[in-house]
Design a protein around this ligand. Structure first.
Ligand SMILES: Cc1ncc(COP(=O)(O)O)c(C=O)c1O
Length: 363
């Protein structure tokens, strides 16, 4: 390859996954229909922030909600509040959840909390895993979908069982709903039905919703009031957050209703990939707009093949490929607006090309 693979991907006219390039023009687009004479929010007050918080509280079926700059800040604070209330430093969650592997131990370093890892890395945890925890825990965090294992989801009845167990044992239940709207079509439930199982809920505006950044934390009035104090302590109470808020609201209105279509795109592409020898997806049948694909070939080989597809069809099937070892690699596929821009037949042609290129290398 003449250029790094990521550069080649950028040059492709069509992209299979995502919501388009993350360009700064998105901010301008979000402001297009705004009354520009509106007052900015100030330290968490003002209609720009408070109306949006109220809207989200209603949507999620919670008493109150508060806007945060990041999910990382939001969730550490939520768990800290439950820990103080329950007088236990222990929280339980999946071994590959965001707090455990992507936050440089913020929960442990800043809040001196202890994580109890439930089940195994390669599967969802279940009620038996939770029952087997001997120590008293303050909170159970459930990430829906479990991103690092391809976006898997427990069945609705399993969630209800977990929630009932937590209620009986006095364990607080927190939802990492970074991708909350993405999972609603699978459960065929409203956001408030799903959030009703949880004491506290976080949602993100920049995953499937495609915004710039930002998060909302929702729960009881008392819980949210405490979280505002922690938001200030963490330096998250910026004098004004309106660029994020206006964009978050715009992105939510634009994409919230598309989640079922994004899921269907994931289903059809996973089906196509699973027909190719040397590729398998996890989960086999996606339950939301994402999955992980595993390739029985090195990262270099797959990048060469995907680059040849870009050259021939002007279509980037996937951008980010991670080596597992010298003979295999994997990639995360997340579906958004880009899929519907593909001209008819282009994807089928590209998948056929992918299959024949992989076959060539297998002989
Ligand atoms: C499941 C999950 N939880 C939490 C976060 C943290 O969100 P933020 O980047 O807003 O801190 C992410 C971000 O990727 C995530 O995927």
């Amino acid at each position: 390859m003449s250029k790094p693979y990521t550069e080649i991907c950028k040059s492709a006219k069509y992209k299979l996954t995502g919501n388009g390039d993350r360009r700064i023009e998105l901010l301008i687009e979000s402001f297009e229909h705004m009354d520009l004479s509106m007052d900015a929010d100030m330290y968490g007050t003002g209609s720009i922030i408070n109306d949006f918080e109220e809207e989200l509280a209603q949507l999620l079926g919670k008493e109150k909600a508060v806007f945060f700059p990041s999910g990382t800040m939001t969730q550490q604070i939520a768990l800290r509040i439950w820990s103080d209330e329950k007088e236990s430093k222990k929280v339980a969650y999946h071994p590959l959840c965001h707090l455990e592997i992507h936050e440089k131990d913020g929960l442990k370093m800043l809040h001196h909390m202890e994580s109890i890892l439930l089940g195994r890395e390669d599967r969802l945890f279940n009620i038996e895993d939770l029952i087997s925890v001997a120590a008293p825990i303050a909170c159970l965090l459930v990430e829906l979908p479990q991103r690092e294992i391809g976006g898997q989801l427990p069945a609705w009845d399993e969630l209800v069982e977990l929630a009932q167990f937590c209620k009986e044992k006095g364990i607080k239940l927190h939802l990492d709903g970074a991708r909350l709207f993405e999972v609603l079509p699978y459960y065929n439930k409203s956001a408030s039905d799903l959030c009703g199982l949880f004491d506290s809920v976080y949602v993100s505006f920049y995953k499937g919703l495609g915004g710039i950044a930002g998060a909302m934390l929702a729960g009881s009035a008392g819980f949210v009031e405490q979280s505002k104090v922690w938001k200030r302590r963490h330096g998250g109470d910026l004098i004004s957050l309106y660029p994020y808020i206006i964009n978050a609201r715009y992105s939510m209105n634009k994409r919230m209703g598309n989640m079922k279509a994004y899921w269907q795109h994931a289903l059809s592409v996973a089906e196509g990939l699973n027909k190719i020898e040397g590729i398998r997806t996890i989960p086999d049948v996606p339950v939301c707009n994402m999955f992980h694909a595993y390739f029985d070939a090195s990262k270099e080989t797959m990048e060469n093949i995907f680059a040849s597809i870009i050259e021939k069809y002007n279509l980037c099937l996937i951008g980010n490929i991670k080596a597992i070892d010298g003979l295999s690699c994997k990639s995360e596929f997340t579906f958004g607006d880009s899929f519907s821009l593909l001209p008819p037949g282009l994807l089928e042609d590209a998948l056929n090309h992918l299959e024949s290129e992989i076959k060539k290398r297998q002989v």
